[in-house]
Design a protein around this ligand. Sequence first.
Ligand code: NAD
Ligand code: GDC
Length: 385
Amino acid sequence: MASRIDRNQPIIVCGGGGFIGGHLVADFLKQGYKNVVSVDKKPLDGWYQVHRGVTNLGGPKGDLMNLDVCRKVMKGRAGAKVYQLAADMGGMGFIETHKAECMLSVMINTQMLMAAKEVGVDRFFYASSACVYNADKQRNANVTALKEEDAYPAMPEDGYGWEKLFSERMCRHFREDFGTQARVARFHNVYGPFGTWEGGREKAPAAICRKVMNAKHTGKLEIEIWGDGSQTRSFMYITDCVKGIQAITNHDTFVEPINLGSSELVSINQLVSIAEDIAGVKLARKYKLDAPKGVAGRNSDNTLIQKVFGWEPDTRLADGMAKTYEWIEGEYLAKYGSGKKFVEFNYHDKGHDSKGHGKNGTAKKPAKSKPAGKKPAGKKKSKSR
Ligand code: NAD
Ligand code: GDC
């Protein structure tokens, strides 16, 4: 059972200047939604995608750490669908070194829930994470895929995972106590074009693409891999994520947190091989054993999403990585040319990445407005970071 489709219904995407939010906005425009609001604390020139035909609230007008801003965003938008993706987050290099900043995202979640409750919304979607799962279930690279019940007893990822688990509970209690129709998905590592690929917040798929292309373009045919490369993950392509978010949000009766992730388990070494094949290079591998590693193994058990939705994310990793590599290469070449100027980010250097900017220059050059539903730009057109 899915809620009625009304293309005049207000759609509010919090974190719309970010990776997943930007794609979600694009998808609503493609479907013909007329009343879409995209909110992000970054000024518009820092957004990955800025879409025409949308109310774009960036900078201080989009800073959801401020309750007044949350209320202004919701004002006059009773009956909206709210997609809460705004968070201060990143890959392992960021979340292991910025625990307090990750936990402060609780303010965004709390205040957006309060503002949504005050006006009355149709749905409140919350983007949780596989980082909520109990660490004891992820101690082996040959991991048993995580089922939804494996979040308890609670022993999530320190900092970021605790915040996500707490905010999941808050969604539940707002639903039970106040009737706010909250829905929660636990994303497993999402990748694709128009996401962070440098600066310290990037996750493994984008980082590995960048490192491989940097080796290729500089001719220094080696790669530094964090950990020993045997750690395993599953990676979900962005289009699958966007589809899943909407299915979960629109469901009338299924309200519990649910996995949204691929079940194609790979080691980080295999991920590197995929990127090497795309680039047509073979690199000498150096392993940095003291780098942030996170859990030894993590995979998504998709039994529940298959049962309830008759579907699961299914883009093959090699296909999604080829599209991701192509987009990042366009960005990389536009910014660094031959790649000789590129300096790898040091994840211990907190001063640099708290704004998502790396050593390679602070000015992100974002894409100008892209028409709704336009495919991610290729090498020449895209200017986003
Ligand atoms: P992202 O960093 O690209 O996007 C998040 C956006 O939130 C950023 O643009 C940021 O500027 C914005 N933001 C931060 N603080 C804000 C504030 N105070 N007010 C308004 N906007 C603010 O990240 P993403 O990959 O698009 O992730 C979206 C959501 O999905 C996040 O909640 C994240 O925790 C969750 N998630 C993502 C992944 C993944 O692999 N990408 C995995 C699990 C969960
Ligand atoms: O950063 P991430 O993709 O996050 O890292 C996956 C694995 O890849 C880690 O073991 C990491 O050490 C390894 N790795 C090897 N080299 C590199 O250059 C690199 N950069 C990065 N980033 N990793 C490298 C993520 C969280 C997210 C989110 C998802 C949910 O954890 O960071 O915020 O919530 O999980 O699934 P990962 O998968 O550990």
